[in-house]
Design a protein around this ligand. Structure first.
Ligand code: SAM
Length: 281
């Protein structure tokens, strides 16, 4: 569905399929830029600038900013909106198909203090967050507007309903905070759901660390593969180990043989990953 928009940006037709729910409230935009923790030392990657509404307050705080936008029809509007911002650059591309570390390196060089900020298109929230966390480890923070419900998932603890691979991935690498709740009415057009602006700050000292992070991430994904199955059943269908080995590994980290992935803490997943990697050697 496309919604026509009149006003200072002419007759732009919002593309629902691209998650184009824009923010116009100047006070809110300033607040979001402030909560993004951006300072004059920072180089910022923004995903989806839209009309450049958030780009401007970010650019005023940052050393420089590069914004990645998929919708080429926004470029004439962006060019006007950002004409007085010499430190802002807009690049055309799909965040899911772009090599983000190359983009950042080309735009800012290899020695920058990087932060990410975005009012994300909600149809790719999980994929974008996963990509940012795994491919831009140098980013000091990732501040993103997402669906409120997904924000709950990012904060979920073992035993909570939304606890799963996304919570574990985010909390493993970052300290996660809900910086601000934002009602649907603050967007144009308003989405069907309320939103939260979430601040993820990369951990300097990680409380727990898996010896092989790629293996750990594979384990977490596998452990939640079939939600109704027990951890042991998920493990034996995802890894080349038998039931007795899986039970031994689970018990070695202090868990009950019949437990489910939803009950396992990040620290226990780290130890379980080391244990199973050892069995598989
Ligand atoms: N930053 C603006 C604001 O806050 O008003 C717009 C945010 S809007 C929620 C999401 C933006 O992401 C839109 O401009 C949309 O065109 C863009 N977008 C959608 N999918 C994208 C993708 N795969 N890669 C890059 N940008 C995308």
């Amino acid at each position: 569905m496309k919604q026509k928009r009149h006003g200072h940006n002419g007759e732009f037709r919002h593309k629902h399929s691209l998650g184009q729910n824009f923010i116009e409230d100047e006070f809110l935009l300033e607040q979001l830029a402030e909560l993004s923790l951006v300072t004059k030392e920072d180089s910022v990657l923004e995903i989806g600038p839209g009309f450049g509404a958030l780009t401007k307050p970010l650019a005023r705080r940052a050393k420089q900013i590069v914004s990645l936008e998929i919708d080429q029809t926004l470029f004439p509007i962006l060019n006007v909106a950002l004409e007085h911002y010499d430190n802002a650059k807009v690049v055309h591309g799909d965040v899911m198909k772009t090599d983000l570390s190359q983009l950042v390196e080309e735009a800012f060089g290899s020695e920058c203090s990087l932060r990410v900020a975005a009012n994300l298109p909600y149809y790719i929230t999980t994929d974008v967050l996963t990509k940012l966390l795994l491919t831009l480890p140098q980013a000091k923070s990732i501040a993103v507007m997402i669906q409120k419900e997904v924000g709950d998932k990012l904060l979920a603890q073992p035993g909570d309903e939304g606890y799963g691979p996304l919570a574990i991935l985010c909390q493993y690498y970052c300290e996660v905070r809900r910086a601000l709740d934002v009602p649907a009415a603050c967007f144009a057009p308003p989405p069907k759901v309320d939103s939260s602006f979430m601040a993820l700050e990369r951990r300097m000292d990680m409380p727990c660390r898996a010896s092989d992070e790629a293996y750990f991430l594979r384990l977490v994904k596998g452990a939640f593969a079939m939600r109704r199955k027990t951890l042991v059943n998920n493990l034996i269908s995802c890894f080349p180990i038998d039931r007795a080995q899986a039970v031994a590994a689970i018990e070695a980290v202090g868990l009950a043989a019949q437990c489910r992935a939803e009950e396992v803490s990040i620290e226990q997943f780290c130890r379980l990953s080391d244990e199973i990697a050892r069995i598989g050697e």
